[in-house]
Design a binder for this molecule. Structure first.
Ligand code: ADP
Ligand code: MG
Length: 137
């Protein structure tokens, strides 16, 4: 299994609820190395570019509105099989369907306000990590 990088975002619902520390603690406890991290307020343009794959979805407006509603914490995570491992720790998109002990089960409140983001493939991870961390080689 190869060492991979993936992009994680602690979304505005979770930073508002002051759950960021607990989420970062879980990330480290599960053996991820945080190779980049910054807290930032996304612009609408950044949110729309980042989620461009969802442009045609009915929830695109709601999603981008939510992502600019407060600060986010973006992180580049490194681990063996990081992309799948981070998605496993996040849990299903809808917190109601997420497994016990996952971040979305613990901290998500709806399918939109689901606390965290994670890249879904090696191609997406490459795009997303370089989107926020162009300095990481
Ligand atoms: P994931 O984040 O699990 O990869 P998607 O890529 O399908 O899920 O969707 C991106 C994000 O858009 C979700 O994490 C969630 O915040 C939001 N979202 C997805 N589906 C809906 C929906 N039906 N209504 C509102 N927001 C949604
Ligand atoms: Mg996705």
């Amino acid at each position: 299994m190869a060492i991979e990088r993936t992009l994680a975002i602690i979304k505005p619902d979770a930073t508002r609820a002051k759950n960021a520390g607990k989420i970062i603690d879980m990330i480290e406890a599960h053996g991820f190395t945080i190779v980049g991290m910054k807290k930032m307020q996304l612009t609408r343009e950044q949110a729309e570019q980042f989620y461009a794959v969802h442009k045609a979805r009915p929830f695109f407006g709601e999603l981008t509105e939510f992502m600019v509603s407060g600060p986010v914490i973006v992180m580049a995570l490194e681990k063996e099989n990081a992309i799948a491992q981070w998605r496993k720790l996040m849990g299903e998109t809808n917190p109601a369907n997420a497994a016990t002990g996952t971040i979305r089960k613990l901290f998500g409140t709806s399918i939109g306000d689901n606390a965290v983001h994670g890249s879904d493939s090696p191609e997406t991870a490459k795009f997303e990590v370089s989107f926020f961390f162009p300095e990481l080689k």
